[in-house]
Design a protein. Structure first.
Length: 195
């Protein structure tokens, strides 16, 4: 990995970000307890809502149907790509969709951390993207989540939280207050996170 596509020593720029939503589908969600599933859906949905209001493009994909609580938060007419490879870079159409946003920083959320999210993150790095994964908006059952995060971290992917990405996108107290005043009623706060 070159220094050019490393986020290690820089903040994430909202104007260069694309939010990549990977495999938030029932067959993966049902592997979690009801509480874990609710938390994941809340945080994934929240960051999708924030990105939408900040005009950050979104590329969504699934091997099956995206879970309705998440799909309902996508901007109208958002295409959902049929991803039949583990890493999105292995599908030319999905990779083109990410490239066509014109953004060079891919922010990844979804399921499962150790397989599809990790494969996609590494594939995007190999294609010249800066890549960050939101640890508390991704998931795999049991130890697989941490194993996936470690795999990505070792490859040069930046691992962040929902809260840290939100504030890196906004950058200033003034913008954070503006966002809150304008969108708090419809977006709210992510579950279990004090902003």
């Amino acid at each position: 990995m070159s220094a050019k596509n490393s986020l290690k020593n820089s903040l994430i720029d909202a104007d260069d970000s694309v939010l990549v939503v990977i495999d938030v589908q029932e067959s993966f969600l049902k592997k979690f307890s009801a509480d874990e599933r609710e938390l994941l859906l809340n945080r994934i949905g929240w960051i999708v809502s924030v990105a939408t209001r900040l005009d950050i493009p979104l590329v969504a994909m699934a091997e099956e149907r995206v879970a309705p609580p998440i799909a309902e938060k996508f901007p109208k007419d958002t295409p959902i790509h049929n991803k039949m490879v583990f890493g999105l870079a292995g599908d030319p159409k999905i990779l083109a969709a990410v490239k066509n946003t014109g953004r060079k920083t891919a922010i990844l959320i979804g399921l499962e951390t150790d397989v599809c999210v990790a494969h996609s993150a590494i594939g995007l790095l190999e294609n010249g993207f800066k890549v960050a994964v939101i640890a508390d908006a991704t998931g795999s059952p049991g130890a697989a989540h941490e194993i996936g995060l470690e795999r990505m971290r070792g490859a040069g992917v930046l691992v962040l939280s929902v809260k840290s990405v939100f504030y890196e996108w906004l950058r200033t107290v003034e913008r954070a207050i503006e966002f809150s005043e304008k969108y708090d009623q419809e977006v709210g706060d992510p579950q279990g996170i004090i902003l």
